[in-house]
Design a protein around this ligand. Structure first.
Ligand SMILES: NC(=O)C1=CN([C@@H]2O[C@H](COP(=O)(O)OP(=O)(O)OC[C@H]3O[C@@H](n4cnc5c(N)ncnc54)[C@H](O)[C@@H]3O)[C@@H](O)[C@H]2O)C=CC1
Ligand SMILES: O=C([O-])CC(=O)C(=O)O
Length: 258
């Protein structure tokens, strides 16, 4: 398969999942992938605008904080942008937050939910353990700080463990399937499908932000606010805004300039 078959592959698609591009090696940030992956995402987004402009797009390629804005700008230029249909896939952050919380709180992971908001890189990943269900009163503030850091560094932990052989693959396949399935359920009219995703947002002053969204027949039906935050989470929110804003602007600038 190559560029020749791209149009044929996309034609008629309801959901397009983009995992194309290079993964990290130890010592790299997700932003270090920008130079290669930005062009790949731009080309694929251009083809989506042409061949399946109504599809829901699940962006996995990193840096998600920049690749989602790149796709948005490409779609705007093509006149096909629908903010309800573009998603940065942050499900793996939720999977990690749930797993680490369940282990520490001693509850079955299948019963756990933890919203993760912000973006998908380092400190921009903000798990809201104060809203975790079922609630746990056995966790100390030190535990919450450690769980937050482990969730934020989860991708880097895998990259280092794989020592040059790429980043998370199996867990990403699971997370990608969970999110794509949620999109399909929404398209099929299943009610109350809610997942976290990095979408166009007015939840903060930033144009894109991850939070809980309700999925439906048109894609995003509702973007939920952040709810009540602990002081630690409020601080995390303020701390992430600068980096997230810069990553979003970098994507927009690239889309306009190339
Ligand atoms: N959002 C998330 O939570 C996660 C994102 N990722 C990101 O997913 C991306 C892919 O990672 P891996 O699958 O581990 O890498 P990989 O190297 O195993 O696979 C990348 C694939 O992209 C393909 N590709 C390259 N250029 C392409 C193009 N122009 N059009 C179509 N396909 C193209 C390659 O042929 C290859 O099959 C990376 O950017 C990685 O950082 C990975 C894990 C989690
Ligand atoms: O860390 C990486 O490079 C891949 C990724 O986004 C993740 O595993 O969360």
């Amino acid at each position: 398969m190559g560029d020749d078959q791209l149009g044929e592959a996309l034609e008629g698609s309801d959901v397009v999942i983009i995992p194309a591009g290079v993964p990290r090696k130890p010592g790299m940030t997700r932003d270090d992938l920008f130079n290669i992956n930005a062009g790949i995402v731009k080309a694929l987004s251009t083809a989506i605008a042409k061949h399946c402009p109504n599809a829901l797009v699940n962006m996995i390629s990193n840096p998600v904080n920049s690749t989602v804005p790149i796709a948005a700008e490409v779609f705007k230029k093509a006149g096909t942008y629908d903010e309800k249909k573009l998603f940065g896939v942050t499900t793996l952050d939720v999977v990690r937050a749930k797993t680490f919380y369940a282990g520490k709180a001693g509850v079955p992971v299948t019963e756990v939910n933890v919203p993760v908001v912000g973006g998908h890189a380092g400190i921009t990943i903000l798990p809201l353990f104060s809203q975790a269900t079922p609630p746990s009163n056995s966790l100390s503030q030190e535990d919450i700080v450690a769980l937050t850091k482990r969730t934020q560094d989860g991708g880097t932990e895998v990259v280092e463990a794989k020592a040059g052989k790429g980043s998370a693959t199996l867990s990403m396949a699971y997370a990608g399937a969970v999110f794509a399935h949620a999109c399909l359920k929404g398209l099929n009219g299943v009610p109350d499908v809610v997942e976290c995703s990095f979408v166009q947002s007015t939840v903060t002053e930033l144009p894109f932000f991850a939070s809980k969204v309700r999925l439906g027949k048109n894609g995003v039906e509702e973007v939920f606010g952040l709810g009540e935050l602990s002081d630690f989470e409020k601080q995390g929110l303020e701390n992430l805004k600068g980096e997230l804003k810069a990553s979003i602007e970098k994507g927009i600038k690239f889309a306009h300039g190339n």
